[in-house]
Design a protein around this ligand. Structure first.
Ligand code: SF4
Length: 290
């Protein structure tokens, strides 16, 4: 059986940079706090925890003083930076530059106007760390739309500025735009900004090609990864023999019993070493059954 790991799967550059920054600090001091999981993958989080990275919550941040805290690629709202200043916390800022630029654009839109400010609408996942960071740029006023049927939250008689969380799907964003245009009152201003990260969006076509080129696909992603669920869905659309696992212990040998070729792919939060472990598990299972 031929087993192949998708060369385009795995960490995006934002996650790679955040992990490098964490490892550099751990190399020199052996300990570092990280606000939230550095990546939505518990195996990678556990690997870094063994090296001294301690995940903390926002409540913990309020209690800590005089320490170093890493901010992950998702970014943070202004209130986090204010807490750090108040508590003499040194920030190691690993906010991805793509997210940072989006935060700045939303802040500029929010600050540029007051009386006639458009409704700032964010197509994204409610409560997701990146979205919290974006909403924070608007003093909590931005309207978050997760699905098209939530558009009732928007007033179509008032101007709208639409942005997207970086990891949402391009098709979903287009659907939201079309529905807003359909419901908008005549003469009302509507501007949309496609702020979807191409490091993710450009993967879909290549990933589907890869998924079609194998009998069975094993998709590796952490249970908390929303990007993982989206990319897994794209693989499943083109290959019904696609299975989602978070690590090798969840792999079922029966899935590949009759396959000549198996492809392994993952999300932007899936470490390469984990996909290698899955490859070994598949190869071991076929060796044991032959
Ligand atoms: S998905 Fe894109 S925006 Fe998000 S962390 Fe990765 S590179 Fe940055």
């Amino acid at each position: 059986m031929f087993v192949e790991i998708d060369s385009d799967s795995g960490f995006c550059f934002g996650v790679v940079t955040a992990i490098r920054k964490a490892e550099a600090e751990l190399d020199s001091s052996g300990a570092l706090y990280c606000l939230g999981d550095i990546v939505h993958n518990s195996d990678e989080v556990n690997r870094l925890a063994e090296r001294g990275l301690k995940v903390i919550t926002h409540e913990d941040l309020h209690r800590l003083h005089d320490v170093k805290v890493l901010l992950r690629a998702h970014g943070e709202p202004p209130s986090t930076y204010a807490t750090a200043v108040a508590n003499n916390i040194e920030i190691i800022d690993a906010t991805c530059p793509v997210v940072l630029k989006l935060q700045q654009r939303i802040k500029q839109c929010y600050d540029a106007t007051d009386g006639d400010r458009p409704q700032i609408v964010i197509y994204g996942k409610n409560g997701h760390a990146e979205v919290n960071g974006l909403v924070g740029q608007t003093n909590g006023e931005a309207i978050v739309i997760e699905h098209i049927d939530e558009l009732d939250k928007v007033d179509f008689s008032r101007p709208i500025a639409l942005y997207s969380q970086t990891t949402k799907s391009v098709e979903g964003f287009r659907d939201i735009i079309a529905e807003i245009r359909r419901r908008l009152m005549p003469g009302v201003k509507f501007e949309s900004y496609d702020t979807i990260c191409r490091s993710v969006a450009n993967r879909v076509g290549k990933l589907q090609k890869f998924a079609q080129s194998h009998d069975v696909i094993i998709f590796v992603a952490g249970k908390k990864s929303s990007n993982g669920r989206v990319l897994f869905g794209h693989c499943l659309d083109v290959n019904p023999h696609t299975y989602l696992i978070s690590n090798p212990s969840e792999f079922c040998p029966e899935w590949v019993e009759n396959a000549d070729s198996v492809g392994i792919c993952g999300a932007t939060s899936t470490p390469r070493w984990l996909m290698e472990q899955v490859k070994t598990a598949i190869e071991n299972s076929t060796a044991a059954s032959s």
